[in-house]
Write a protein that binds this ligand. Structure first.
Ligand SMILES: NC(=O)C1=CN([C@@H]2O[C@H](COP(=O)(O)OP(=O)(O)OC[C@H]3O[C@@H](n4cnc5c(N)ncnc54)[C@H](OP(=O)(O)O)[C@@H]3O)[C@@H](O)[C@H]2O)C=CC1
Ligand SMILES: CC(=O)[C@@H](O)[C@H](O)COP(=O)(O)O
Ligand SMILES: [Mn+2]
Length: 415
């Protein structure tokens, strides 16, 4: 009987667990990319609870110098970087007298990603996270992956590099982490399907007509999770779940029709695995990202964590619905892009990033987000631009092409 796990992040490193304390008694060294964001702050909160086990060696963010400098000082890191070159002076001034080395611009971000460490937490939002995270992987780092765009845009390249190096890609995204927890040391050949749950977002019960007029403020009110603005809007359109199915297709190499989405408004069950004998195994927990993040940081061990415990008697009812692709066309677009493969998922993501920003800026309506993405995929398919990118540079070039097409579509649809 073959009991070898076939998903690469499990099989890549048998006997090489990521220990909370290394064998020589060192603390686990962390680099956190996206330190000032929702994932970054939750990660740092875990370090606050376990300063004896983790050492933060480098932090990186986009442009918020003051916030980054405060975190760099609190955790006494060795290096702090901003992606935005123009914010470099402000960062340097904010760190004056601290002795913390710092820099700004793409090269500094790259240096942060490659700072010697045991785990790199990939918490940058969007395709901007791909280059530094991929560089860290190439440099041999274990990646704790929240940035789903790495796999959506470059999943084949990313997982091939992880396999080539025998490295772990630890899934932090709550649904994938749930499935990872349920799958651990099991054989994917025994799996019938995996299920990603979706909250359904704030507009789960609205008609298409009602959704036409929703505001950014309404869309930013996620029913269960406190997250950055892009992923929160993606949750409202269900694009987030579409991106997550694509992400799952790379983490858990199953057939596309073995990847299911189930709307579960309470966000208590995060992911499930249906085995061939009929058993359905689930991971449950409060909607608090510190649990999946801690699972990745300590894997294959567990950390003490003061997150709210589920009180199932008080909750009493968990409910489930099939997703409605008519009212939430973004999910269908993402599933189509996954099936089409090649450059379609990267173009889908780039178009969605642009459309979400335009919606938040009040330039287009909520329903225009999916419409812009559809416009871009149609245009790039017609121009023959959706061939599979063969390098990260080619992915980023396609990303730029898709963003230009999205801007044209946004202008056509602008209010
Ligand atoms: N939040 C959550 O609970 C979950 C998030 N994820 C995924 O994790 C990732 C991060 O999400 P989230 O934390 O919510 O996002 P946030 O918007 O809260 O934070 C984004 C972080 O990325 C930084 N950043 C933005 N642009 C750049 C750039 N060009 N280069 C470098 N850094 C940049 C920001 O820096 P600055 O502050 O300076 O702008 C900030 O630190 C996303 O891929 C998301 O899908 C997955 C599951 C759950
Ligand atoms: C916390 C997390 O992993 C998010 O991706 C979350 O699942 C988003 O909520 P939705 O289920 O509404 O997309
Ligand atoms: Mn998720």
């Amino acid at each position: 009987m073959d009991v070898t796990p076939t998903n690469s992040f499990v099989s890549a490193a048998p006997g090489q667990p990521v220990l909370p304390l290394s064998r020589d008694g060192r603390r686990t060294r962390l680099v956190i990319l996206g330190a000032t964001g929702s994932i970054g702050k939750s990660t740092l909160d875990i370090v606050r609870h376990h300063p004896d086990r983790f050492e933060v060696v480098a932090l990186a963010a986009g442009r918020r110098a003051g916030e980054l400098a405060a975190l760099a000082r609190e955790f006494n890191v060795r290096f702090a970087a901003l992606a935005e070159a123009a914010a470099g002076e402000e960062l340097d001034a904010a760190l004056a007298g601290s002795g913390i080395a710092n820099g700004a611009g793409p090269a500094a971000l790259h240096d942060a990603a490659l700072h010697p460490a045991d785990i790199v937490v990939a918490g940058i939002v969007g395709a901007a996270g791909l280059a530094p995270t991929f560089a860290a992987l190439q440099a041999g780092r274990t990646i704790a992956l929240a940035n789903k765009e790495c796999l959506v845009c470059a999943g084949d390249l990313f997982m091939a590099e992880a396999r080539r190096q025998g490295l772990s890609v630890l899934p932090m995204d709550s649904e994938h982490n749930a499935i990872f927890q349920v799958l651990e040391s099991r054989n994917l050949a025994e799996v019938e399907r995996v299920v990603l749950t979706a909250s359904g977002g704030p507009f789960r019960q609205l008609s298409l007509d009602e959704m036409r007029h929703v505001s950014p403020a309404q869309a930013l009110k996620h029913p269960n999770w406190d997250m950055g603005s892009r992923i929160t809007i993606d949750s409202a359109t269900l694009m987030n779940k579409g991106l997550e199915v694509i992400e799952a297709s790379h983490l858990f190499p199953l057939a596309h029709d073995q990847l299911d989405v189930l709307v579960h408004p309470q966000s208590v069950i995060h992911g499930m695995v249906q085995y061939r004998d009929g058993s359905l195994l689930a991971q449950l927990g409060s909607p608090d990202m510190r649990t999946p993040i801690a699972h990745c940081l300590a894997w294959p061990h567990r950390l003490d964590l003061p997150v709210a415990r589920l009180d199932l008697a008080r909750l009493a009812t968990l409910t489930f619905e099939a997703p409605d692709l008519t009212r939430f066309p973004a999910l269908g677009l993402a599933l189509d892009a996954m099936r089409a493969g090649g450059g379609a998922p990267a173009a889908l993501n780039a178009a969605d990033e642009e459309a979400v920003a335009a919606f938040l800026a009040g330039r287009i309506g909520f329903l225009d987000i999916a419409a812009v993405v559809a416009d871009v995929l149609d245009a790039l398919a017609a121009s023959g631009d959706l061939a599979a990118p063969e390098s990260v540079a080619a992915v980023l070039s396609l990303d730029s092409t898709a963003r230009r097409a999205a801007q044209a579509a946004i202008i056509r649809r602008a209010r």
